[in-house]
Design a protein around this ligand. Structure first.
Ligand code: DC
Length: 229
């Protein structure tokens, strides 16, 4: 039987991961955070000193990439799994500002993308999957069972991210968060390799005025309707 694949794409901080995680846990599907995979490769290149000061990948990165193995740990009780780099859980190391900066550059590389896409597609052969990212419905699974496109205004996305920083005790101006998101949106939309586009036949969920629970409820209604047809 063909596995059910739910793809969730959208701009940075639109609530994709929160939605993907809760959907996977509710439906008991495998959750794959494709952004975490690009972050883990970036960590590998950083540790191997393969990124130059101007963010170019250094000679030899191709060969090194052959030795990179990215996977996810088994899910714990809340359905959360952790990205692994060569069997080491690196979830904490990839969520800092340095990796956030590096990953924008590393994820533009076509060899890196080719390798990550192949791994991502392999999960779809093993299990029902909810996967979130930027090119999941357009490139990784163009024939997915259901494709969601999550949007929210840049002000609302920035405000949510700003609140997260506040809760972690990091003080930053809201204006700076808006600037950072606008920069990342542009980068994602304009890169040559797999730019962020709304996937064909995707269903939009605009969550500017919805909280996480309401977004999940909307998505579950859409998915139920879709699977019944
Ligand atoms: O979702 P995130 O912010 O953790 O993603 C990290 C980076 O990886 C972000 O710069 C966009 C990139 N990315 C990508 O190019 N393709 C994906 N499928 C997922 C993320």
């Amino acid at each position: 039987m063909k596995n059910i694949i739910i793809t969730i794409d959208g701009h940075s901080a639109c609530g994709k991961s929160t939605l993907a995680k809760s959907l996977a846990s509710k439906l008991n599907y495998l959750y794959i955070d494709s952004g975490a995979m690009y972050r883990a490769v970036s960590l590998f290149f950083k540790r191997s000193d393969l990124i130059s000061r101007n963010y170019e990948l250094k000679n030899g990165f191709q060969k090194a990439l052959d030795n990179v193995s990215i996977d996810f740990s088994d899910a714990n009780i809340d359905g959360k799994n952790f990205v692994t780099l060569n069997k080491e859980i690196v979830e904490d190391e990839i969520r800092n500002i340095e990796i956030s900066n590096l990953v924008s550059h590393v994820s533009k590389n076509s060899l890196v993308r080719k390798k990550m896409v192949a791994i991502q597609q392999s999960y779809g052969l093993k299990s029902n999957v909810v996967m979130d990212g930027r090119d999941i419905g357009s490139v990784v699974f163009p024939n997915a069972t259901i494709k969601l496109w999550v949007t929210a205004s840049v002000e609302k996305r920035a405000y949510r991210r700003w609140l997260e920083y506040q809760n972690k005790g990091e003080s930053i101006l809201l204006k700076k968060v808006i600037e950072n998101l606008t920069f990342r949106d542009k980068n994602d939309e304009n890169r040559t390799e797999s730019p962020l586009v709304r996937p064909l036949n995707s269903i939009e969920i605009n969550n500017t005025s919805l909280n996480a629970a309401e977004t999940l409820e909307n998505a579950l209604i859409l998915i139920k309707k879709h699977l019944e047809n």
